[in-house]
Each structure stands twice: as structure tokens, then as C-alpha cells.
Design a protein around this ligand. Structure first.
Ligand code: SAM
Length: 230
């Protein structure tokens, strides 16, 4: 197994934000939104029109909350990131999509959220955990701010077993990207957690370790509905 090699936590240069925004994540984002909306429907019941509050951590340029809200007009998202440059592009994307009335942007550190306990019905995040040197702090914050009976849906890259497999994934999924974007994907795979590391993390934070599954050749997913109070 190749060792974890951290990359910079925050993506806060204008170049990084523009590069990230222009990479084609459409298929990954579509699948993420569909999976989140299944959890939303399971919580509200099909056909129910009441609004559901979600928190997105490490939202980047907000393409995932946009995809979610374009498919379901009952969802409200607080979309957070620590990088100002990402949030600037996110704001432009929201205006273009006409969704600024349902998605609000906030600069926040996922390790120390400025939110009250139990304030969201669902907490979602894509591709954040691999940026965090000690991700337990983020998971504990997620557990604190999600309501009882709410859900947690996290997806991220899975660290490959070997350098050969890593290079294969880069070629397959970023072969057409520019050199900086290829390097970014390479470094992200190197910084990602293994399935066993995610299991151990969940256990440390009081969550069931089997809530994580391998969901593609390069992703893990934690999908978990918390128990309702008695
Ligand atoms: C790979 S991007 C993913 C963006 C988005 N979730 C997506 O899937 O398109 C990771 C994002 O996490 C942000 N990030 C890193 N550390 C963070 C932290 N401690 N708190 C909040 N956001 C953070 C980065 O600035 C970056 O925008």
C-alpha cells in the first residue's frame, strides 16, 4: 500500500479555483446529487413538499449543491468552504444558475463549524476529507451539527494500493485534462484515505465502521441515517 501523502489543505489561489471549476466533474456530481436526493426523499416521504436543510462542507465552486437544487426545489443548502477564491467562483455559478435564493455561501472551516448543535437535516461533502490532515475533527463536527434522524453523506477518493494503479487512474480519468489538473488529481489520490482508515475514523467518532463502502474504482462513500430520538 502506498503511504498517505498530504496535499495543501485549502485550494485558495485563483488559478486552482479556476482549474477546479473547469474540470469535468459532471458525472460524479450527477451521481452524488441523485444519491443525496434519495436520502432526502427517504426522510420526507415521496411527494412531500416541505423544505429540507442541508450543509455542504468544502463546497468548492458549489457545483454539487447546484446539481441537487436543480433537481429538487424543496432543498435549502448552506454551502461552505475555507477558500475565498473558490467561494468567489461559487457565487458566480449560483447567479448563473439562478439559485441564490436556495443556496447560501459561507466561509467556514469544517474542523470548527460556526453552527449550533443539531442544526441540519443532512450534512453532505464530496472530496473534502482527503484535504484534512486529521479528519476526525471534521467527522466530530458533522456528528455535532446533524439532527437526530438526519443523514450524513460523504464521498471522497480512495487511495490506490500501488503507484501503478494510481498512474492508471490518472490516465483513465484525467488523461484529457491539462497538466496542472492531472497533477491535482494525482496528488489528491495520494492524499486520500483507504477503506480501513475511514472505518477506523468512523469508529473513533462513535459511528458504525460499516457505514463506509467502496463505491467505484476510486471512491468511498459514507451513507448513514442517524437514529431518531425515542
Ligand atoms: C477537491 S475540492 C471539492 C469541492 C466540491 N466539494 C466538489 O466536489 O466539487 C475540496 C474543497 O475543500 C476545501 N477545503 C479544504 N479544507 C477545508 C476546511 N478545513 N474547511 C472547509 N473547506 C475546506 C478546499 O478549499 C476545496 O474547495
Amino acid at each position: 500500500m502506498i503511504p498517505r501523502q498530504l496535499e495543501p489543505e485549502v485550494m485558495d489561489t485563483r488559478e486552482e479555483a479556476i482549474d477546479y471549476n473547469s474540470m469535468d466533474h459532471s458525472e460524479v456530481n450527477r451521481m452524488f446529487a441523485e444519491d443525496v436526493l434519495e436520502l432526502v426523499t427517504a426522510r420526507t416521504g415521496a411527494g412531500n413538499q416541505r423544505s429540507v436543510s442541508l450543509l455542504d462542507l468544502g463546497t468548492g465552486t458549489a457545483l454539487i449543491p447546484i446539481e441537487v437544487c436543480q433537481r429538487n426545489n424543496c432543498v435549502r443548502v448552506v454551502a461552505t468552504d475555507l477558500a475565498v477564491e473558490m467561494l468567489k467562483i461559487a457565487e458566480r455559478n449560483l447567479l448563473q444558475a439562478g439559485l441564490e435564493h436556495v443556496i447560501s455561501l459561507e466561509r467556514a472551516d469544517a474542523k470548527q463549524l460556526p453552527c449550533s448543535d443539531q442544526s441540519f437535516e443532512g450534512v453532505i461533502s464530496n472530496s473534502l476529507i482527503h484535504h484534512i490532515p486529521e479528519p476526525g475533527s471534521v467527522i466530530r463536527e458533522i456528528v455535532r451539527v446533524v439532527k437526530s434522524g438526519g443523514f450524513i453523506f460523504l464521498r471522497d477518493l480512495l487511495r490506490p494500493e500501488s503507484q501503478v494503479e494510481l498512474e492508471r487512474l490518472v490516465k483513465q480519468y484525467a488523461g484529457q485534462a491539462n497538466p496542472r489538473q492531472r497533477q491535482l488529481f494525482h496528488d489528491s489520490l495520494h492524499a486520500a484515505l483507504t477503506l480501513d482508515e475511514v472505518r477506523a475514523l468512523l469508529e473513533q467518532c462513535g459511528l458504525p465502521p460499516d457505514a463506509v463502502q467502496k463505491t467505484s474504482d476510486r471512491h468511498w462513500t459514507v451513507s448513514l441515517v442517524l437514529p431518531d430520538p425515542l
